[in-house]
Write a protein that binds this ligand. Structure first.
Ligand SMILES: C[S@@+](CC[C@H](N)C(=O)[O-])C[C@H]1O[C@@H](n2cnc3c(N)ncnc32)[C@H](O)[C@@H]1O
Ligand SMILES: [Zn+2]
Length: 345
C-alpha cells in the first residue's frame, strides 16, 4: 500500500488547509503518521483502531516518529461508537474489504463541519469489479459489470455509494483524485454541506452499458433496452457516479508536491497524475485496444501511440489511461476508434 499512502499524503498536502485528521482503521498508524510528518497542514492527528494491539503499536510508532503528543493521539474503539465522540476535517477509512458499512459512521465525524474531506479505500475489488451481481447489490446497491473497463465502473460504483450516504447527511461530494491500483480502489473526496450540492451529486448518477457482440458502449441516466450499435442485448452497470473522478488543479498541486518529495514511487506517481489529468472530461469508460482487435479478428495489434495519433489527427481527444496500460480514453465514437485501430495496424 506504499503508493496508496504516498498518493493520499500528497492529497493531504494539496488540500493545504489546516486539518483535524482522523486515521480510522489505523493498524500500525503508518498512514496517519506519514500524513502528519509529511504535511505541515495536519494540525492534529488521531489514530483510531478497534484492536488493542494495533493501538499499542500505533502509540509506539507515534513516539518513534517524534510527533508531538499535543499533535498526535490514539483512540481505542469501534469507529461506529467513536464517530459520536470525535470530529474530523479529514477522515481516512481503510478497512479490510468494503468501506460500505462504515460510510454512515464516517459522515458523523463531519457533523460539526460545513466542509470536510473523506479518503476511502476499497479492497473488495472482486465485488466492485466482478461479474457477480448479488454481492455488489448487497454492499453497494448497484449492478457491476465484468468487462474491459470494469475497474472504472467499480470505482464509479464506490463513489455512487459515497454520494448517496453524503446526500442523506445533506452533503454533496466532489472527488478530488480517484484511482485503481493493483488490489484496491481509492478516492479522496471533498464533501460540503448543502442540500443543493447533495441534489447536484444525485443528478450525476446513472448507468453505463456495454455490448459484447459489437463493443459498443455508452452512458446515460438509464441503460438502453438493446445495443444502439447492433441491436443485440447490451449489458449494463449502475447506478454509478457519472461525474468527474478528479479535479485538475488538485492533481496539479499533488504533482508539484510529488516533484518536491523523494518518494520511492515518485516516477510512477508522476505518470499516474499526468494520465489522470487527461481523464477529466472524458466519457466514463475506456477502450481496450487488444479487446477491440480480438472483436475485429485483427491479427496484429497496433501500438497505442499509433491509435492515439490517428484519433487526434481526426480531431478527437484521445489519451492513455491510468486504469489500464493497453487501453485508451477518448471522446470518439466506437466507429472512429475501430477505424483508427484498423488504420494504425
Ligand atoms: C486494512 S487495516 C488498516 C491498514 C492501515 N490503514 C494502513 O494503511 O496500514 C484495517 C484495520 O481496521 C481495524 N478495524 C476493523 N474494524 C474496525 C472498526 N469497526 N473500528 C475501528 N477499527 C477497526 C482493524 O483492527 C485493522 O487494524
Ligand atoms: Zn452491439
Amino acid at each position: 500500500m506504499r503508493l496508496c499512502r504516498s498518493m493520499s499524503s500528497l492529497a493531504v498536502g494539496a488540500i493545504g488547509e489546516k486539518l483535524e485528521l482522523v486515521d480510522a482503521f489505523t493498524a500500525s498508524g503508518i498512514r496517519g503518521i506519514r500524513y502528519a510528518k509529511e504535511n505541515k497542514n495536519v494540525k492534529t492527528l488521531t489514530l483510531l483502531d478497534i484492536d488493542r494491539r494495533a493501538i499499542s503499536l500505533a502509540k509506539k510508532n507515534i513516539k518513534a516518529s517524534k510527533l508531538k503528543p499535543r499533535t498526535a493521539s490514539t483512540a481505542l474503539g469501534n469507529i461506529s461508537r467513536l464517530a459520536f465522540e470525535l470530529d474530523a476535517d479529514f477522515l481516512e477509512i481503510d478497512p479490510f474489504g468494503t468501506p460500505s458499512p462504515y460510510l454512515v459512521d464516517a459522515f458523523r465525524f463531519f457533523n460539526t463541519k460545513k466542509k470536510a474531506y473523506l479518503s476511502v479505500t476499497a479492497t473488495d475489488v472482486a465485488v466492485l469489479c466482478g461479474g457477480k451481481i448479488a454481492p455488489c447489490q448487497k454492499n453497494y446497491h448497484s449492478k457491476p459489470m465484468n468487462n474491459e473497463f470494469t475497474h472504472e465502473t467499480g470505482l464509479r460504483i464506490m463513489l455512487k455509494r459515497i454520494a448517496e450516504v453524503a446526500a442523506e447527511f445533506n452533503m454533496g461530494i466532489r472527488p478530488l483524485v480517484s484511482f485503481s491500483d493493483k488490489h484496491y480502489l481509492k478516492s479522496v473526496i471533498e464533501v460540503r454541506r448543502s442540500a443543493d450540492l447533495a441534489f447536484e451529486a444525485m443528478s450525476a448518477l446513472g448507468h453505463v452499458f456495454f455490448c459484447e457482440k459489437c463493443g459498443e458502449r455508452g452512458f446515460g441516466k438509464f441503460p438502453p433496452n438493446s445495443c444502439p450499435g447492433c441491436g443485440a442485448d447490451a449489458d449494463f452497470a449502475g447506478m454509478l457516479w457519472l461525474g468527474q473522478l478528479h479535479d485538475y488543479d488538485f492533481l496539479e498541486r499533488m504533482g508539484n508536491l510529488n516533484a518536491q518529495r523523494e518518494y520511492a514511487d515518485k516516477g510512477e506517481i508522476g505518470r499516474m497524475l499526468s494520465l489522470m489529468e487527461t481523464e477529466i472530461g472524458m466519457p466514463p469508460y475506456y477502450f481496450n485496444i487488444h479487446a477491440l482487435c480480438k472483436l475485429a479478428r485483427t491479427v496484429s495489434v497496433p501500438t497505442l501511440d499509433a491509435v492515439l495519433e490517428k484519433l487526434s489527427s481526426s480531431g478527437y481527444k484521445a489519451h492513455r489511461t491510468h486504469f489500464s496500460p493497453i487501453s485508451i480514453k477518448t471522446d470518439a465514437p466506437l466507429t472512429a476508434v475501430r477505424e483508427a485501430v484498423a488504420g494504425a495496424v
